[in-house]
Design a binder for this molecule. Sequence first.
Ligand SMILES: Cc1ncc(COP(=O)(O)O)c(C=O)c1O
Length: 415
Amino acid sequence: MAELALRGGQPVRTIPFPDSIVHDEREEEQVLEVVRSGNWGGGIGAKKNAALAELFARQQDAAYCIPVSSGTAALEVALEALGVGPGDEVIVPAYTWIATPLSALSIGALAVFADVDRATFNIDPADIERKITPRTRAIVPVHWGGRPCDLDAIIEIGTRHGIPILEDAAQAHGAKWRGRGVGAIGAAGTFSFQQSKTITAGEGGAITTNDAAIAERAASIANCGRIRPEDTHLTENPLGHNYRLNELSAALLLAQLSRLDELADRRDANARVLDTELGSIAGLRTRPRDERIDRSAQYLYLFRYDPTGFGGLSRDEFARAMQAEGIPCFAGAGSLVYRSPLLNATPRNTAALLLSDRPIDYRQTRCPEAERLAAEALYVPHRVLMGTSLDVADVIAAARKVQAHASELVPATVR
Ligand SMILES: Cc1ncc(COP(=O)(O)O)c(C=O)c1O
């Protein structure tokens, strides 16, 4: 087989993969319409917001959708709408994006970390159960990389303990669990439309729910405490923010939504090929299929790396070799969020720590499975899955090539 690109050989792939953001005249027409309308805000008379709320709710099989300015804002608003407040505890996965725990801290609650299942990268229901205390007011599973969590087990735990489930579906647009869109299978769900997501307006977010009271509270909290956009006065709710989504973003998202199903199907079909082919390479472990998942959103194509299958080649060197072969392949994506300095005695979390009668020193937190996962995880971004089967074949060819030549990259001292 040809020499590794890292050692001067010809790369497997020299042409780029598709761009992350897909757009055409649909986005241009939508935005132009808003520009010409003279109504650019997300409050009174926001027609694009209203249309987006209706269509995105339908997309995710939810009765209600409240568009907001980001996925982080969506989490804060949804937690508040569920009644979470100062001194309460919110269970989140140890391996996620920092916004999941920070949203709890931002409203004066404590984030409590549950370990993950390394095979799926998702929160481990058994560890959720162990982390429940009389203070627990919400459980926030994250559909990591767009793969639905085990919602059967998580909802059963929440129901038994009387604790609402808030699905962090920031990465899971279009994902389906047992025939239903994620995001309103628990009490509520949140989405992000930030730049890197599979549908995007650059920034943006949404809350979904089937519960009319949660929807009304969320809409009010996101809109300065107003009950309805037309209200000119603030209500008794003192916790209102302006987290509205502007009309230009809502217009972009309407166009983006029109191709969500088609692109999600294509990514999931390509991911199935990678599951089989990468999974057959010693040292690479792909996520197992779960027949309850009808469609995984495949925002990140994730797999785990074991250096012993590559003669001791480190994960970072494997990723570097893949990149040299023309494949965007990176270590990580998620991180051990409890290690983030943002959680340690910053002014932001002091209120939460002071109000809790069970203060948590996050430096003492240990979630062993998440720690192992953080050292093993690799991903390729969703744009790699938006091409044809030939594009996906390049990923497989590159992984096989790196394996065949791995010994050339391992220093003699390691061997
Ligand atoms: C799992 C998860 N939760 C929350 C967020 C926050 O979304 P945003 O960046 O739109 O605030 C993200 C965004 O990357 C995310 O991946």
